[in-house]
Design a protein around this ligand. Sequence first.
Ligand code: IMP
Ligand code: MG
Length: 182
Amino acid sequence: MAGLHQDIEKVLISEEEIREIIGRLGEQISHDYAGKNPLVVAVLRGAFVFTADLMRAITVPCAVDFMAVSSYGNGVKSSGVVRIVKDLDTEIAGRDVLIAEDILDSGLTLSYLVELLKGRGARSIKICAFAVKDIANHTAAVVPDYVGTHVPDEFIVGYGLDFAERYRNLPYVGVLKHEVYS
Ligand code: IMP
Ligand code: MG
């Protein structure tokens, strides 16, 4: 994967750290959802890698479904406009929904999704974000219930996260070299 690796400035979250994060989240969620049968909703495309790992660390029965929203286009700044590209196939009235998100930046995408799913009568809605971006002087529009890790306000790729649909297959999270997107 030399072609992708050479575009990375530095590794932010190593494969080893990812394993630790997943293990911790899996334990917390399994504990909190004991006796329940949550529906894990992966927000495509970015969260698919994280969700696959997270599901396998959860020890209570759970189902999975997918939703695709588009908020960024191919750029690096949040537009605030959320478009549903693919909706759930599962009826969520009365269900305990756990939204799995790759990275929470402004939180605009998720706050929109939470309102939408509330309106469909979910019994509970919680958010599990693999990474939360720490942005100075700015509060995200939603507060996640489970947080994998915090990352600085830089554009990161890998472990599902893309730049223009590339780098999702990197097994770690890294900071993209500036010259790649400027
Ligand atoms: P938000 O609505 O600003 O919270 O944006 C969340 C979405 O933007 C995430 O699900 C990602 O798809 C994308 N995103 C935000 N920051 C990054 C980043 O640093 N790298 C790649 N994608 C990002
Ligand atoms: Mg995304």
